[in-house]
Design a protein around this ligand. Structure first.
Ligand code: AN7
Length: 370
C-alpha cells in the first residue's frame, strides 16, 4: 500500500479526483486512495477555433493527466475499488491508453496488471508505457473487440478483476471532468464534444453534467456531440462494425461497450453522433497543434474536426460556448506531425554552424537585434 499521505493545508498541489471530489463519488472511508494526481487538467480558451466558428471554444486538455490520457480519472477509481475488494490482479483490453493507465495505477498499488492489446495496432508510446509499468502485456491476434470479449470472459471465470469501462467504477471516476468544466466556466457549456470509441467518456460527461444540474451548480444540460472515425463508426451506422479501420488507433472500436448508456445520454441531451474521415482528423490535428498550441494524438483531434464539421453545417450558433475534450497527449503517437498533407515525410532543414548562412536561410535581413 502507498504511504499514508496528509496534504499540508496550504499546499496548492492537486490531490487527485478521489480526494478532490470525495463527497461526490461512490467511495467510503474504507476505500484506499490509489492516485497519481490525476484530474485538475487545464481548460484552455482556443482563440483560433473561436475565430473559425464564431463560437466561444475551450479545450479540456486531458493529455495533461499522469499517464497522458483521460483514462486516469476512471482508473484511480477502478484500481482503488479493486484494492478495497482485495484484488491482486486486474485485467483490461485496450487500444493503448487504458493499458498504460491500468499498468501505472496497478503497479502504484502493488498489484499486477494484465493487458490484452490488438497485435501491431497500438501506438508505440502506449505499448512502451504498459511495459515500463511492468504489466503482463499480450498482443492478441485480433482487434480490440476480440480483446474485450476475452478480458470479460477471463474476469468472469478466473481470479482477475476487470478494469475496462464496463466496470462502472471507471465511468464514475471519469465524470469528474465535467465537474471541473462547470467549476471553471461557472456553468455548463452549450455543447460538449468528445471522441467516441467505447462511448464510456461520452456517458461519463453526460452523467457529470446531469449531477451538476441537479446540485444547482449549472443551469443547463450541454448537448453531447460524439465523433467516431468514418471507418469505425458503429454508433453512427446503428450496428457493430466487424473490421473497424482508422489511423486513429485509440478509437478503432467496432462494438462499443457503453452502447446503450450512450444512446440514453444522446437522447437526454439532444445529442449527436457523427463520423469524420481520416483526412479531416489529420487536418484538425494540425490546426490544433499549429494554431492553438495543443499537441494531441489523432483520436483526440476528432473533437476539433467534429466542431468544424458541425459549425460548417450551421448547427453551432455564434457565441455558443463549446468545450472540446482532447483525450490523449500527442507524445504518445508523435509520428503524425512529421508527415505532410501529401503523405511525404517532413524534412527539417539542415544548416552549417554559421550565423550568416542561418540568417540567410531564415530570410533575416542584416541589422540591429530586436
Ligand atoms: C485518446 O484505451 O478504449 O469512448 O482501450 O484512448 O470512452 O472509449 C481508448 C479510448 C478517445 C475513446 N480518445 O473513449 C482504450 C480505449 C482516446 C482514447 C477514446 C479512447 P471511450
Amino acid at each position: 500500500m502507498p504511504a499514508e499521505y496528509t496534504p499540508r493545508p496550504n499546499s496548492r498541489q492537486w490531490r487527485g479526483v478521489l480526494r478532490e471530489y470525495a463527497d461526490r463519488l461512490d467511495i467510503s472511508d474504507a476505500t484506499p486512495v490509489i492516485t497519481l494526481g490525476e484530474g485538475g487538467t487545464p481548460l484552455i480558451p482556443a482563440a483560433a477555433l473561436s475565430a473559425r466558428t464564431g463560437a466561444n471554444v475551450f479545450v479540456k486538455f486531458e493529455g495533461m493527466n499522469p499517464t497522458g490520457s483521460f483514462k486516469d480519472r476512471g482508473m484511480t477509481m477502478a484500481i482503488s475499488k479493486a484494492v478495497e475488494h482485495g484484488a491482486k490482479a486486474v485485467i483490461c483490453a485496450s487500444t493503448g491508453n487504458t493499458s498504460a493507465s491500468a499498468a501505472a495505477y496497478a503497479t502504484h498499488a502493488g498489484i499486477q496488471a494484465v493487458v490484452l492489446v490488438p497485435e501491431g495496432k497500438i501506438a508505440m508510446g502506449k505499448l512502451s508505457q504498459a511495459i515500463a509499468h511492468n504489466a503482463q502485456l499480450l498482443q492478441v491476434q485480433g482487434n480490440f473487440d476480440d480483446c474485450l470479449e476475452i478480458a470479460r470472459d477471463l474476469a468472469t471465470n478466473y481470479p482477475v478483476h476487470l478494469v475496462n469501462s464496463v466496470n462502472p467504477d471507471r465511468i464514475e471516476g471519469q465524470k469528474t471532468a465535467a465537474f471541473e468544466v462547470v467549476e471553471v466556466l461557472g456553468d455548463a457549456p452549450d455543447f460538449h464534444i468528445v471522441p467516441v470509441g467505447n462511448a464510456g467518456n461520452y456517458t461519463a460527461y453526460h452523467r457529470g453534467y446531469t449531477e451538476e444540474l441537479k446540485r444547482g451548480e449549472s443551469t443547463k444540460q450541454p448537448r453531447m456531440f460524439g465523433f467516431q472515425a468514418a471507418g469505425s463508426a458503429p454508433l453512427v451506422l446503428g450496428h457493430p462494425v466487424k473490421n473497424p479501420d482508422t489511423i486513429a488507433s485509440a478509437i478503432r472500436i467496432g462494438n462499443p461497450a457503453s452502447w446503450d448508456l450512450a444512446l440514453n445520454a444522446r437522447a437526454d441531451s439532444d445529442g449527436y453522433f457523427g463520423a469524420i474521415d481520416d483526412t479531416h482528423i489529420l487536418e484538425a490535428h494540425r490546426i490544433l497543434s499549429a494554431e492553438v498550441g495543443i499537441f494531441v494524438e489523432p483520436a483526440s483531434a476528432i473533437s476539433v474536426a467534429g466542431l468544424l464539421e458541425r459549425s460548417a453545417a450551421g448547427v453551432i450558433p455564434a457565441g455558443a460556448t463549446v468545450v472540446l475534450t482532447v483525450t490523449g497527449h500527442g507524445l504518445k503517437d508523435p509520428q503524425w506531425a512529421l508527415r505532410t498533407a501529401d503523405g511525404s515525410d517532413v524534412q527539417p532543414t539542415i544548416v552549417p554552424v554559421d550565423v550568416k548562412a542561418i540568417a540567410e536561410v531564415l530570410g533575416l535581413a542584416a541589422g540591429a537585434g530586436a
